[in-house]
Design a protein around this ligand. Sequence first.
Ligand SMILES: Nc1nc2c(c(=O)[nH]1)N[C@H]1C(S)=C(S)[C@@H](COP(=O)(O)OP(=O)(O)OC[C@H]3O[C@@H](n4cnc5c(=O)[nH]c(N)nc54)[C@H](O)[C@@H]3O)O[C@H]1N2
Ligand SMILES: Nc1nc2c(c(=O)[nH]1)N[C@H]1C(S)=C(S)[C@@H](COP(=O)(O)OP(=O)(O)OC[C@H]3O[C@@H](n4cnc5c(=O)[nH]c(N)nc54)[C@H](O)[C@@H]3O)O[C@H]1N2
Ligand code: SF4
Ligand SMILES: [Mo]
Length: 736
Amino acid sequence: MKSVATLLGLDHGGERYAYVAQAGARGPVSASRAADRWVATTCGYCSVGCGMLVGVRDGRAVAVEGDARHPVNRGRLCPKGLSEHHMLDVDGRLTTPFVDGRPARWDAALDRTVEGFKRLIDEHGPGSVAMLSTGQLVTEEFYTLGKLVRLGMGLRHYDGNTTLCMASAVAGYKQSFGTDGPPGCYEDFELADVVVLWGANIADNHPLLAPRVLNGEGRVIVIDPRVTKTAMIADVHLPVRPRGDVALLNGIIRVLLDEGLADAGALQRTADGVPALLAQLDSWTVERAAAESGIDVDTLVSTAREIGRAERCVFAWTMGVNHSVQGTQTVTLLNTLALLTGNVGRPGAAPFSITGQSNAMGTRETGFTASMPGYRAYDDPRARDELAALWGVSPDRLPRERGHAYPDIIDGVVAGEIKGLWIIATNPIVSYPDREVLERALRGLELLVVQDGFDTPTTRLADVVLPAGIWGEKDGTFTNSERRVSRVRAAVSPPGEACADFGIFLAMAERWGCADELFAGWTEPRDAFEEWRRVSAGRPCDYSGITYERIDAAGGVQWPCPEGADVPVGGTARLYTDGRYNRPGGRAAVFAVEPVPISDAPRADFPLLLNTGRTVEHWHTRTKTGRIPILEGLAPEAWVEIHPDDAADLGVGSGDIVRVESSRGAIDRIRARVTSIVRRGEVFVPFHWDEACANRLTVAEFDPISREPNYKQCAVKVTAVTPARRRRPGRTRVRR
Ligand SMILES: Nc1nc2c(c(=O)[nH]1)N[C@H]1C(S)=C(S)[C@@H](COP(=O)(O)OP(=O)(O)OC[C@H]3O[C@@H](n4cnc5c(=O)[nH]c(N)nc54)[C@H](O)[C@@H]3O)O[C@H]1N2
Ligand SMILES: Nc1nc2c(c(=O)[nH]1)N[C@H]1C(S)=C(S)[C@@H](COP(=O)(O)OP(=O)(O)OC[C@H]3O[C@@H](n4cnc5c(=O)[nH]c(N)nc54)[C@H](O)[C@@H]3O)O[C@H]1N2
Ligand code: SF4
Ligand SMILES: [Mo]
């Protein structure tokens, strides 16, 4: 059960599986993969942050190989990593700017952008132009972009796709511990006695984290409504009812307290909010928790005992938790569970938000979305003064508040208040909920500027398209889920006239007239990194002791890493080891949470509950992986998973084409997979395909605190499109 080999060839209803390449197992190098030189870099897909080498020959990337020395992946790569170089040289790259659908020169595209946004701001104020960015640029670009957008352009509304992803984890960490930042590290997955994976399908989505979990001796508990590949490799799978997590957590905490496996008195000495939590738990009998979570009393109790008796426990979660109107609250409950059981700040013990994109962390640290750079709160006068002094500007220049979050920017567009939008490295047409409304909104903009490496459904709506250099063509750093800062290096040049985002930002600043003030003397990402080191000094994400050279020496450095401090060369593995948190008095906080019912719940006309997510072969909206033949061959089309009992009721057989419809929109044609991976009454659709877009179905409903979408639950109906084979056994056509 605990070997990497279990990841190989897992059975999944006849489909193909996650595999993990062993270091050095590349066999004879074919002539087409022979390289002149190898460039050390970090994978550009997921937040695991695997180290890899890109082989280059004659200016083209011809191969990749896992970096055997890298502390994260130790030479292994997943299918996306192994084929990543193919993405640099495919049809569909943007090689020239476009203005009004026609190829244009950079001058024309930047003039149109700057003049257009300035005119809107002059006529309607700075709130009329907004920006949506991403978790997929390098940290140096995020830092530069934040300064450009908030200080230079003076925009008020700046957010990104991280709100579709990590916002609930950020908000939950802030509430519990005072600031953002996963407290643990990957080694904790190996050291833990119990690893709980809560709404996290790492076998598909963080494949190189799976060997880290399986390397350890700990028991693995998976909490997910689906029998995911991760559930298949777990010791225990709790098929929780969708959004049954709050009930399950309340039940587990109740058992821990009732059985003396946790000490509320001890918690009260280090955390605020304990009396309110205890009072609310009075109404949570184990029976109620079992009934509302869908997990029977015996399993619930034994899970709580396993957690309570473990010396070291990691509670790791991803989108099954964050993608909910209760995302933030559920995160705080997971933190509460960790605090109550003493599983924070010790080896093998952490409440661990596994992040998503390669550099979701970088934008959280440096960006200007949920806070100012260095996790400085907008309303903290001391932090404002400090940042202003570092930049040599008056504190009045700094924004007073975070501005609209992503969904509120979209609402602003719908309402006509936001008239100009700059979208960078995200593809909302495919990834944002309730697509039809979004599409209408973006079409109604006066100026839509989209900056991407590929031709996408979103660039096709743009007035101005700016062609960007992507991973493999740019330098900088990424921060992975364990706060490890790693180098990203250009192996090749961007195609045609495409330019790394850093260069585009400096060119924009030049035209806007703010380059001299904000970026004097800057020519390369390292300039941004050096300033960021100074700006982050003394902050929770202290980079002051991190240099590019130290990153190379250590294979990545974990923040905080203050300059001159007595920190190991690889940085700080864990946060809160001294039991002090970043809230007043160094205390943590716990919160009472009650479940909120699913609003778009199944009913007579839409009787099934839709869950959406991912598969190992594809990355998000497939702008990259959809162009790589080997990955397309492994997962060539979208599908809907339907339980055999529901399929029988609908007269649908595996492989049939069906239609899936919600009250907002429909996928007209999609392949059915009849499988008990999903529970009865529930269906699952991966969200990667534009042509079978799950977000035509999803509901535009958001966590009130983090503003993260509730992507995982909405009501749908399924109808057969091609005649169901099984229903007509006697009608086989016979050739005469
Ligand atoms: N191959 C691949 N890897 C990726 C990505 C990718 O697109 N492709 N994207 C990256 C990004 S940005 C992210 S954010 C991560 C996401 O990584 P994950 O969070 O692992 O991805 P998802 O498949 O969206 O959702 C995880 C699980 O949540 C479960 N779930 C649904 N509803 C509930 C619920 O109510 N309770 C519980 N407990 N679980 C529920 C789903 O069944 C699903 O198995 O993956 C990263 N890695
Ligand atoms: N139904 C449903 N919807 C979801 C989710 C779900 O689970 N279910 N998951 C949500 C989550 S967690 C996430 S993170 C989002 C992701 O949603 P998106 O951010 O829309 O997905 P991507 O396909 O990664 O889009 C990134 C875009 O940036 C471009 N790009 C890549 N690298 C660069 C670069 O270096 N520079 C520039 N300028 N462009 C670049 C790519 O070509 C691509 O068009 O989707 C969300 N949507
Ligand atoms: S696990 Fe993530 S970081 Fe590692 S190779 Fe795969 S996609 Fe890249
Ligand atoms: Mo994400």
